[in-house]
Design a protein around this ligand. Structure first.
Ligand code: FAD
Length: 469
C-alpha cells in the first residue's frame, strides 16, 4: 500500500529525510500538500511566496515522474480521506517546531495511529533537534554563545542526493488546482514588483548557495554588516520553505572554512542563530506571541496599530532615512537586510515606544522569508523583552548607524526617491509596489523626522526608568 508524504516546509528532493524514508519503505509515494488553517492564517507575502514554492515543487516532482497532490481542509480530515481513497498504510512528514504546528501535528499523529496508520515525523528542518542541545544541568540555553559552543563541534551528517526514483502509485488521487487556492489574494501590494526579487525553488536555492560560497563568503564577516553590499547569502527565503536544507548550507560553510575562507565560520554561526531561535521556541513557545520576560507585560507600549507614527513607520515615512530605506526595501523585495531589521525594530520599540508585536505582525505580513522563530527572537531581542536580548536602555541611534554602515549613502539612495533630482530605479519601484490608497508620490517632500533620534532616546529611557519592574 502507498505511503503519503505530507509536504510542508520541505519543498526539496535532495537531503530530505522524509522523502528518503518514504522511498526506502519500498511503497509507492504520494506527496500531498494541504491548505489548512495554518496556511490560511499566513501573512500576505509568505503565503504568496509559499504558493510560488509549491508551484515550482509540483513541477520538480513531475519531472521526477511523481506528482504533488493538493487538498484543502484540516490536516487530519484530508489525510484520512486520502488513506480511504488510496489504501495508504503510512504517513510521513518533516517535523515543525512552532507551537501551532506542534499542536496540530500531535493531534494528527495520535488520531492516525488510532486508525492503525503508521504515522511518523522526522527531522530535516534543523541541524540539531531543539531538545538534543542541553546545558550541563540538563536545561535549555537562554544565551547564544554557550549554545554555539555546545553545537559547533558536533558531527552533522552529509546531505543526501535526491532519490534516484520516486515510485508512483498505480492510480493517482485527484488534486485541486493551485490557482484555486488563491495564495496571492491578500497581496494588496504590487506582487509583480516583489516577484522581480524572489528566488524560487530548489535549483535556484542551490545556485544561490554556490554563488555565495564562491564569491562572497570570504568577505562575509565584514560585508554582512553593510546593507548596500549584497554581502550575505539571502538564503533565509529558501530555508524557510525548505527549498534548501540547513545541512547543505552547513557543509558548504564547513568546506569553505577548510579552504581557509575567513568569513566561513561567521556564516556557520549565523546558521546556528537560526537553530537557537528554534531552540528557544521549542522550550518557551510563548515567545512567538508574548513577552519572553513576562514582567514586560506591564511596560507602557503603544498598542494602537493605526497610530499615525506606526502608519508612518510601515510606509517608510518616519523622516529617519535609515528606517525609511529599510522599510521600503522590505516592501519592494520582501526581505530586509539584517542591519535594517535591527534599526527599524529598535526605532519602533524605543523611539516610537510601540509594542514589538505590532512590528512582528507587520513583518509576518510582508516578509517573504518570514520565519516564526527567527522573527520572534529578532523582535524580542530588539525590544529588550527576550532572552539574550539587547538591554532596553541600549537604544540604537539610527543617524549614527547610518554614518557607520552606509557612509556613502548607497543604501538610502537605493531606497529613497523624495528630494532626489535623479532618484534610483529601485527607489522609484517602491511607488509601484505600494497600494494606491497610501497615496504616495516620489515628488512629495521628504518628511521631517516624526521623532528625532535624540527625542526618541530620551523618551524611551524615561519610560524605562519609570518602569515598575
Ligand atoms: P545570512 O547573513 O546569509 O545568514 C545565513 C542564514 O543564517 C540566514 O539565511 C538565516 O537562516 C540565518 N540567520 C542569520 N541571522 C539570523 C538571526 N539573527 N536569527 C536567526 N537566523 C539567522 N530571519 C528570518 O529568516 N525570518 C524572519 O522572519 C526574521 N525576522 C527578523 C526580525 C528581526 C526584528 C530581526 C532583527 C531579525 C530577523 N531575522 C529573520 C534574522 C535575520 O535578519 C535574517 O535571517 C537575515 O537577514 C537573512 O538574510 P540572509 O539569508 O542573507 O542571511
Amino acid at each position: 500500500s502507498p505511503i503519503l508524504w505530507w509536504v510542508r516546509r520541505d519543498l526539496r528532493l535532495s537531503d530530505n529525510p522524509a522523502l528518503n524514508a518514504a522511498c526506502a519503505s519500498g511503497r509507492p509515494v504520494i506527496p500531498v500538500c494541504i491548505h489548512d488553517d495554518l496556511v490560511e492564517g499566513l501573512g500576505a507575502a509568505p503565503k504568496w511566496r509559499l504558493g510560488l514554492g509549491i508551484e515550482a515543487f509540483g513541477q520538480a516532482l513531475a519531472r521526477s515522474g511523481s506528482r504533488l497532490i493538493l487538498r484543502r481542509g484540516d490536516g487530519l480530515s484530508v489525510l484520512r480521506a486520502l488513506v480511504a481513497e488510496t489504501g495508504a498504510g503510512a504517513v510521513i512528514w518533516t517535523r515543525a517546531y512552532d507551537p501551532d504546528s506542534v499542536a496540530r501535528d500531535k493531534a494528527v499523529k495520535a488520531a492516525l495511529k488510532g486508525d492503525g496508520i503508521d504515522a511518523r515525523s522526522v527531522p530535516g528542518h534543523l541541524l540539531f533537534e531543539p531538545w538534543s542541545v542541553e546545558t550541563g544541568q540538563g536545561g535549555f540555553y537562554k544565551v547564544y554563545t554557550p549554545f554555539w559552543k555546545t553545537v559547533c563541534g558536533r558531527e552533522v551528517p552529509d546531505p543526501t542526493p535526491a532519490p534516484a526514483r520516486i515510485s508512483a502509485p498505480e492510480t493517482w488521487p485527484a488534486s485541486e488546482g493551485l490557482s484555486d487556492w488563491r495564495m496571492g489574494a491578500a497581496m494588496n501590494r504590487g506582487a509583480a514588483v516583489v516577484a522581480r526579487h524572489v528566488c524560487v525553488g530548489e535549483d535556484a536555492a542551490r545556485g544561490r548557495l554556490g554563488g555565495f560560497v564562491a564569491e562572497k563568503i570570504a568577505d562575509y564577516a565584514q560585508a554582512r554588516d553593510v546593507p548596500s553590499a549584497d554581502g550575505t547569502s539571502r538564503l533565509s527565503e529558501n530555508l524557510t520553505y525548505g527549498e534548501i536544507s540547513p545541512r547543505s548550507c552547513w557543509h558548504a560553510g564547513r568546506r569553505a572554512m577548510e579552504e581557509g575562507k575567513p568569513g566561513a565560520e561567521t556564516f556557520l554561526k549565523e546558521l546556528v542563530w537560526r537553530e537557537f531561535a528554534y531552540h528557544l521556541v521549542w522550550h518557551t513557545p510563548h515567545i512567538v506571541t508574548g513577552n519572553w520576560r513576562q514582567e514586560w507585560d506591564s511596560f507602557p507600549w503603544n498598542t494602537d496599530d493605526s497610530a499615525p507614527e506606526v502608519v508612518a513607520w510601515k510606509r517608510g515615512r518616519t523622516g529617519i532615512e535609515f528606517v525609511d530605506a529599510a522599510m521600503r526595501e522590505l516592501y519592494v523585495t520582501g526581505t530586509m537586510h539584517n542591519r535594517g531589521r535591527m534599526i527599524v525594530a529598535s526605532y519602533l520599540t524605543k523611539h516610537l515606544m510601540t509594542h514589538w508585536r505590532i512590528g512582528l505582525d507587520w513583518f509576518a505580513d510582508t516578509l517573504i522569508d518570514w520565519d516564526p522563530a527567527a522573527n520572534a527572537m529578532g523582535w524580542q531581542w530588539s525590544a529588550g523583552s527576550g532572552p539574550d536580548a539587547t538591554p532596553y536602555f541600549r537604544v540604537f541611534n539610527p543617524v549614527t548607524q547610518l554614518t557607520k554602515f552606509d557612509p556613502k549613502r548607497h543604501y538610502v539612495d537605493a531606497w529613497i526617491a523624495e528630494a532626489r533630482r535623479h532618484p534610483s530605479e529601485t527607489a522609484l519601484s517602491y511607488f509601484d509596489a505600494v497600494p494606491r490608497s497610501w497615496d504616495m508620490s516620489p515628488k512629495a517632500a521628504y518628511p521631517a523626522p516624526i521623532v528625532t533620534a535624540e527625542e526618541g532616546r530620551k523618551r524611551a529611557l524615561a519610560a524605562y526608568e519609570a518602569r515598575t519592574f
